[in-house]
Design a protein around this ligand. Structure first.
Ligand code: UD1
Ligand code: CA
Length: 453
């Protein structure tokens, strides 16, 4: 089926009280429109058309992608008018699926269901039954239960207002009728708008079948008009993600206190404590333990690793059995080989830490290659930056870096070499040697402390 998707995103979103166009407001760190585009993409449509108006330039810029056809609607004259702007680009479509840029939690399965139910011959609509449908168009059915029309809240009679089946707005138009229907819409209604919803009555009068699909719950068809509703969507997104993680084999100390804001893949028997944020592309293998208040972004955590409280891991790859934190900061380009250990108040960046190596306390290791079984003492700093360029520090297998060593890069510490505590190392240290680079201690006999005058 030649499927085209049209996403409406031209509205201003005044109630957000924001300089950001409404559809760019994020849910789980991603613009609402981004969620909708991703959902649409999973149906592999021929093309995705996004109708923009308010803040058009910014929206295009933020969500730039080659497969998107941007359509400008300069005046917002109604949902029917908005879809009509995109139609010239849908030539030859069997079906035109209409979505909304501010309805980000729509499930792929629901959309798939609507699309296949409607096919190329029928008009498909997605409805939802609600306790309180205020604001929604009502689905009017005849005595036999056949859909007759959608009546907007502002145009509805008292009797129609009592209907609890609401229009989600999400619709599948048969491509062969779309242009004709949209071309004959009128704006003679309470809002003076061209309503997309009027195509339902047109289909009925032409005896074209109307297929109705139902949303699983209200959340998947809920839009956000203000920041209160945005927070409701955020909470629902969080709930869904927590549920997925638990289903896949993760124990959560509290499902309400974890945030999954990206593409997160997990193994089994993982345990995650409260206030953990997972962002970007994150892979967590089996038997990992994550203690409270950790942020993990774009990283891979090998099996059996233990991430202790308050650690921040960004752009790092950990092999199995690593130990990190508490209060560790692993920055992009960090690689920990199996069983490596990064302790408290240690910062790493572009650092390859060998198997079984330890950096236990208060260190900065940047632009470094550290061999297996190296021990780096507390307070060690790689002086990697000369104010212009970054330089590499290499520490070979089994070396022992004494406490408070400054390693002035570029520099290499040979295998099994030792640096004495407090040394500033500026030249290479050969293997199996001790490097001492500090002033010799003098003890002054009989020296007296000054006294208060
Ligand atoms: C629409 C439906 C209503 C449904 C409700 C669900 C119509 C006439 N009504 O009403 O039956 O229950 O959605 O939320 O379709 N937009 C444009 N350009 C326009 C007009 C709207 O891009 O010219 C976009 C808006 O940015 C918004 C969306 O379309 O995201 C919906 O428009 P809005 O006018 O708010 O429709 P509702 O009154 O909510
Ligand atoms: Ca409206």
């Amino acid at each position: 089926m030649n499927l085209h998707v049209v996403i409406l995103a031209a509205g201003q979103g005044t109630r957000m009280r924001s300089k950001l166009p409404k559809v760019l407001h994020p849910v789980a760190g991603k613009p609402m429109l981004g969620h909708v585009i991703d959902c649409a993409r999973s149906l592999s449509p021929t093309r995705i058309h996004v109708v923009i108006g308010h803040g058009a330039e910014l929206v295009r810029e933020r969500l730039a992608a080659e497969d998107i056809h941007w359509v400008l609607q300069t005046e917002q004259l109604g949902t029917g008018h908005a879809v009509a702007q995109a139609l010239p680009g849908t030539e030859g479509a069997d079906q035109v699926l209409v979505l909304y840029g501010d309805v980000p939690l729509l499930r792929v399965d629901t959309l798939q269901q609507l699309s296949s139910q409607a096919g190329a011959q029928a008009l498909g609509m997605l409805t939802v039954t609600m306790a309180d449908p205020t604001g929604y168009g009502r689905i009017v059915r005849d005595a036999a239960g056949q859909v007759q029309a959608i009546v907007e809240q502002k145009d509805a009679s008292a009797e129609q207002l009592a209907i609890c089946e609401g229009n989600t707005g999400i619709m599948a138009l048969p491509g062969k009728h779309a242009a004709r229907w949209l071309g004959s819409l009128s704006n003679q209604n309470a809002q003076g708008e061209y309503y997309l919803t009027d195509v339902v009555a047109m289909a009925v009068s032409e005896q074209i079948p109307v297929e109705v699909a139902h949303a699983v719950d209200e959340y998947e068809v809920l839009g956000a008009n203000n920041r209160v509703q945005l927070a409701v969507l955020e909470a629902e997104y969080r709930r869904r993600q927590a549920e997925r993680l638990m289903t896949e084999g993760v124990s959560l100390a509290d499902p309400a206190r974890i945030d999954v804001r990206g593409d997160v893949r997990v193994g089994r028997d993982i345990s995650i404590d409260i206030n953990v944020v997972l962002e970007g592309r994150v892979v967590i293998e089996d038997d990992v333990i994550i203690e409270p208040n950790c942020v993990l972004r774009d990283c891979h955590i090998g099996a059996g690793s233990h991430i202790k409280a308050f650690s921040h891991i960004d752009g790092a790859e950990l092999a199995s059995g690593c130990d990190v934190g508490p209060y560790a900061r692993l920055r992009p380009g960090t690689r920990l080989q199996a069983g490596a250990k990064i302790g408290n108040f240690v910062e790493t960046k572009k650092a390859d830490i060998g198997a079984g190596a330890k950096v236990n306390h208060l260190s900065y290791i940047g632009d470094a290659v550290v061999g297996p079984d190296v021990n780096i003492g507390a307070g060690t700093i790689t002086c990697n930056y000369d104010g212009v360029n970054k330089h590499l520090t290499t520490i070979e297998e089994g070396a022992f870096i004494g406490t408070n060593t400054a390693l002035v890069a570029p520099v290499t510490i040979g295998a099994r070499a030792t640096t004495a505590a407090g040394s500033t190392i500026t030249t290479n240290v050969p293997a199996d040697t001790l490097a001492v680079s500090r002033a010799r201690q003098r003890n002054i006999d009989g020296w007296k402390r000054p006294t208060k005058s």
